[in-house]
Design a protein around this ligand. Structure first.
Ligand code: IVH
Length: 708
């Protein structure tokens, strides 16, 4: 930069060229700094370039570029980390809330594996740390990468920050060539209190709880800040491995300990469900004195060969579960009951509370579920809370379990104000005044306004652009509200987002002239929308906001059909809720009848279907990947199991076949590629023979899939 001309000597032409050069240099420096953790210029040089850019713009305001570096605020944390693709997906855990759930869990595992009640089956039990998970990758014993969980598939690269945590070794002796160690980053109570005191003294923001403090500290763009934060790490799992660590969960944890990781001292091996629950109560009794937050106990099948047989559902392992501690409670005054209208028209009562701290978090809103709940009735007309209803002005008990929305659990009638009146649930929609009706068997009253109801339409749109759906940068709930009401932009349904640019070329300028917008931000939004025209099948389906079709269910459907066009054909053909396509939909593990009905109905409803088709015409839908099917001999094939299987249960056979990319069907038809018949096979085997379908016995099948 030493040879650059002083700004006062630049001509208009050389100024234009210089602004272009600076824009490029600064953009490159930004990427190096924020996403590659490898800046090539010093902070001082960076500041100099930026200052020079501003000076030139001041002298020649009309030359300011649309992508001027001075309009770019420093990347906020979260935007600043590069993405890491996890070599092995980072899973979450299913939950058990009481002893019975734990019994169900162990029983379902026995059933899946075909183990009798008396066959030995050991579990490890250890605290569930309330922090954030981290995956550490070691190559030839060197720490080369650290990544947050993110959405399980992609995490954030926080390597520089992880290196500052003293519980995390940088070198491992005698480790497998590739070793991914997974565990939890957390902050102790004592460190948390000290940190908050320091922050308060310095006039900086304080944290609501140790978990937030740990997350905020790990996700700092400046690793010097992370270094100054007292973070800790417990190792409890692993991802990719070039060689197994041990034969058991306990053995693997022991190996991690030998490598120098902290492992939780309360990890125990339990031979029976009774032991597991005993250990749970033991940990619960120590909870308050541990010095760090835990929110339950995790049980894992100890035998790693059994873990491998059990495998995973879409986002959780079958071989582990989190037994959560009971929720935290507090009493406060109910100040008002508001009715919110959701994207499916459901009228949901929300309790507005006098703010109260529940388990370290200030709560001022809680759900009241539905009108029966307020009235003290359950869905079947029985009573709950001994029939006590809830009224504005009442003293109510709030509870919170983990990250879920706080709920109202109980009411203290002895403190009820004299003027408190019974709550009347509205039978019209508070947003569009349409009738709100309750169908038989439905716990929820729903607005009948459909898309004329602005609340339903905007909630659907907000869901459509939300993080797990289309996740369009710069288009969040606030912008949706504005675009919905804007007569020019008029975004009323999802397709309108993608036709903003083609409906009227002037839209870009119209948006750029809005308050809070400019040419740059409008241009960025247009680009962000275009970027999402290519969308994975599962995300698209989830984004449509069909009742009962959550993220996991949408992904299951996507993985089953693979191609959108194939799904569309099948779901259309299933419109009578019968026939092979309907049976196929119900055969998907994890898709029940309620979901299947909602899905088929949505596609059969004319207006909704037209809106989906119009949307899809604007998109390129990415087929869903079937997991681990590279080189699989049964990928894409339709397989039917019949008769008695002797080496595995039906559930296991089905899950394995699906993991290899096969479709498992319950009935033999022309579309069947393969029949696996055990002893006692009857009509299905006969039909397969008539149709000339290849038939194998169980050993033949195991041989085919390389599991013999
Ligand atoms: S095992 C494949 N063990 O809980 C299973 N998770 O709710 C991998 N967690 O994302 C997880 N303590 O962040 C496991 N002892 C423990 C844990 C634990 C905390 C977290 C973890 C996970 C979340 C799931």
């Amino acid at each position: 930069m030493g040879d650059s001309l002083p700004v006062s000597e630049l001509t208009e032409d050389s100024a234009r060229a210089e602004l272009a050069r600076l824009a490029e240099l600064l953009a490159r420096a930004n990427t190096q700094y924020h996403t590659q953790d490898a800046p090539e210029i010093s902070d001082a040089e960076y500041d100099d370039l930026k200052r020079r850019n501003t000076e030139i713009e001041k002298r020649f305001p009309h030359l300011k570029r649309a992508d001027s570096p001075s309009d770019q605020v420093g990347a906020k944390p979260g935007d600043g980390f590069s993405k890491v693709t996890h070599a092995v997906r980072m899973m979450s855990l299913g939950n058990a809330f009481d002893d019975e759930d734990v019994g169900d869990f162990t029983r379902s595992i026995r059933k899946y594996l075909g183990l009798g009640d008396d066959a030995p089956l050991a579990f490890t039990a250890e605290p569930k740390i309330d922090g954030l998970s981290l995956s550490l990758r070691y190559k030839d014993g060197h720490l080369v990468q650290a990544a947050t969980r993110g959405d399980g598939e992609f995490g954030e690269n926080v390597t520089a920050n992880a290196r500052t945590i003293s519980d995390i070794p940088h070198r491992l002796e005698n480790a497998p060539a590739v070793l991914e160690v997974r565990g939890e980053v957390y902050m102790s109570h004592a460190d948390f209190d000290q940190l908050n005191a320091r922050q308060a003294e310095a006039g900086e923001k304080t944290f609501a709880n140790p978990r937030n403090a740990a997350a905020g500290s790990l996700r700092q763009l400046d690793s010097a800040i992370t270094r100054a934060r007292p973070l800790r790490f417990f190792a409890y799992a692993w991802g990719e491995l070039s060689a197994p660590l041990a034969e058991t969960q306990m053995g693997a944890i022991e190996r991690l300990k030998q490598y120098g990781f902290s492992t939780n001292p309360l990890t125990a091996l339990c031979e029976t469900t009774h032991h597991m629950l005993d250990h749970y109560r033991g940990i619960e009794a120590q909870r308050a004195t541990l010095g760090y937050d835990i929110d339950g106990v995790v049980y894992k099948v100890n035998d790693l060969a059994l873990q491998a047989r059990l495998g995973f559902r879409s986002t959780t392992p079958r071989w582990a579960i989190a037994h959560k501690f009971p929720a935290e409670l507090a009493w406060t005054r109910l100040e008002a009951i508001d009715i919110q209208v959701g994207r499916t028209g459901a009228l949901s009562p929300v309790a507005r509370l006098h703010p109260v701290t529940v388990g370290g978090v200030v709560v001022s809103n809680a759900t009241l579920h539905n009108e029966d709940y307020i009235a003290g009735r359950d869905a079947k007309g029985g009573t709950i809370r001994d029939g006590k209803d809830i009224r504005v002005g009442d003293w109510v008990q709030v509870y919170r379990a983990g990250d879920v929305i706080p709920k109202i659990a109980d009411v203290d009638i002895s403190k009820r104000p004299d003027d408190a009146v019974e709550f009347t649930f509205p039978n019209t929609c508070p947003e569009c005044q349409s009738q709100a009706i309750r169908e038989e068997g439905d716990a929820v009253r729903r607005c009948t306004g459909g898309i004329i109801c602005p609340a339903q339409a905007t909630e659907k749109l907000k869901h459509f652009v939300s993080r797990k759906a289309f996740d369009i940068e710069g288009l969040g709930a606030k912008q949706i509200e504005m675009f919905y009401d804007d007569p020019d932009l008029s975004v009323k349904t999802p397709v309108d987002i993608f036709t903003l640019q083609t409906r009227d070329a002037a839209n870009l300028n119209k948006l750029a002239n809005r308050k809070g917008w400019g040419a740059q931000s409008a241009g960025n939004l247009w680009a962000a929308i275009d970027e999402k025209r290519l969308i994975p099948f599962g995300r698209l389906l989830f984004a449509l906001g069909i009742r009962h079709m959550g993220e996991a269910a949408s992904n299951l459907v996507a993985t089953h059909y693979g191609e959108w066009s194939e799904f569309e054909r099948a779901v259309t053909a299933a419109s009578g809720f019968e026939g092979p396509e309907w049976d196929e939909l119900l055969s998907i593990d994890g898709i029940g009848e309620v979901m299947a009905r909602a899905l088929v109905s949505a596609f059969a409803q004319e207006a909704e279907r037209a809106s989906i088709d119009a949307l899809v015409a604007q998109l390129e839908v990415q087929p869903a990947k079937r997991p681990d099917t590279d080189g699989s001999p049964v990928a894409g094939k339709t397989v039917v199991f019949t008769g008695t299987l002797e080496k595995m249960t039906r559930a296991e056979a089905k899950a394995r076949a699906e993991a290899l990319g096969a479709k498992v069907s319950g009935s033999v038809s022309k579309k069947t590629d393969l029949l696996v018949a055990g002893p006692g096979a009857g009509s299905k085997a006969k039909k397969a023979a008539e149709l000339g379908i290849e038939t194998l016995d169980e050993d033949g099948w195991l041989h085919l899939i390389g599991a013999a």
